[in-house]
Design a protein around this ligand. Structure first.
Ligand SMILES: NC(=O)c1ccc[n+]([C@@H]2O[C@H](COP(=O)([O-])OP(=O)(O)OC[C@H]3O[C@@H](n4cnc5c(N)ncnc54)[C@H](OP(=O)(O)O)[C@@H]3O)[C@@H](O)[C@H]2O)c1
Length: 270
């Protein structure tokens, strides 16, 4: 049987994308071929990955087979891009290459992979628990069926949005970088609990459940963020005392600036 999907770099994110597709039997395990850089990763994946897929280290004489696949997922780190060389085969003219590399533009991809039609996707870390957000931008000549194929690749592990490429930088800032901001907020609020005499473990549990509950309230009801703020802020009370400190420390402005900085960095890289 010939391979349908070639995966270049089978790390955390590629596995998060591919595993649900195999689980759903949308593709057979013998239709997928993956390559990784090192023998060590190859051996670890062979030993522990739930599916016995065809995987090879780049040094293997079978690794080139990945280039015969009509669709490829490129999932290496952006700084590893230089180590990848497109192998021009008789069959790969106008094949599809889907890249999830942060900050690598479609035009850079098209230069690097001249035999491919390129798609740029941005996804985020919750994709590893099938709760990701993925934005896709299409290069030239991508047809309707190919767009469906690419969306199917991601939608078992994430919500998929189509954007013109110019919006991918802000999408990345809001969805890929912001999990770190949320983690930092959880950590800082928990430290507040610690300061108040609670254990770190309990503080963190309380903060995480508070955030989950608050988000569900915003998501599942029609109340706005300012409604919610007003609901819990009574005159002369505790919440307004807390909010006043945050206004004084310019938290709001700091968060906006953080998103602008991440967006600008993404623009600079691509
Ligand atoms: N982590 C995130 O939060 C996140 C979120 C969204 C998107 N992304 C994007 O997803 C991409 C992958 O990230 P990741 O976290 O999955 O990285 P990762 O776990 O380090 O996986 C990278 C994979 O690429 C392989 N690789 C490196 N050089 C290679 C080569 N020359 N040929 C073939 N395979 C090669 C690595 O093999 P070895 O293990 O043998 O080195 C590894 O399997 C990144 O571009 C990142 O921008 C990441």
């Amino acid at each position: 049987m010939s391979y349908k999907l070639g995966v270049i770099g089978f790390g955390n994110i590629a596995q998060a994308i591919i595993t649900p597709i195999l689980d759903q039997k949308l593709i057979k395990k013998n239709e997928v071929i993956c390559i990784v850089n090192s023998k060590k990763s190859f051996e670890n994946i062979k030993k522990s990955y739930k599916y016995d897929i065809d995987i090879f280290p780049v040094s293997s004489d079978k690794a080139h087979l990945v280039w015969n696949c009509p669709t490829k997922l490129l999932s290496i780190k952006p700084q590893q891009l230089e180590s990848i060389e497109e192998i021009n085969t008789k069959t790969n003219k106008d094949n599809l290459l889907v890249s999830i590399l942060a900050g690598i533009s479609i035009s850079k991809l098209e230069l690097k992979f001249p035999n491919h039609k390129c798609v740029r996707a941005v996804t985020n870390i919750p994709i590893t628990i099938r709760n990701g957000l993925t934005a896709v931008s299409w290069g030239d000549k991508i047809n309707k069926d190919e767009k469906i194929l690419v969306k199917n690749l991601f939608q078992n592990s994430s919500k998929v949005f189509e954007f013109p490429e110019k919006y991918l930088d802000i999408f990345l800032a809001l969805t890929s970088s912001s999990p770190a901001i949320i983690a930092l907020i959880v950590e800082a609020l928990s430290d507040g609990g610690l300061h108040g005499g609670l254990s770190k473990k309990l503080s963190e549990e309380l903060v995480i459940d508070m955030i989950l509950g608050t988000i569900l309230l915003l998501k599942d009801t029609k109340i706005t963020t300012s409604d919610l703020k007003n609901m819990v802020t009574s005159p002369g009370g505790t919440t307004i005392s807390a909010l006043r400190v945050l206004e004084d420390k310019s938290l709001r402005s700091a968060l906006i600036e953080a998103i602008i900085a991440a967006t600008n960095k993404s623009k600079e890289l691509s």
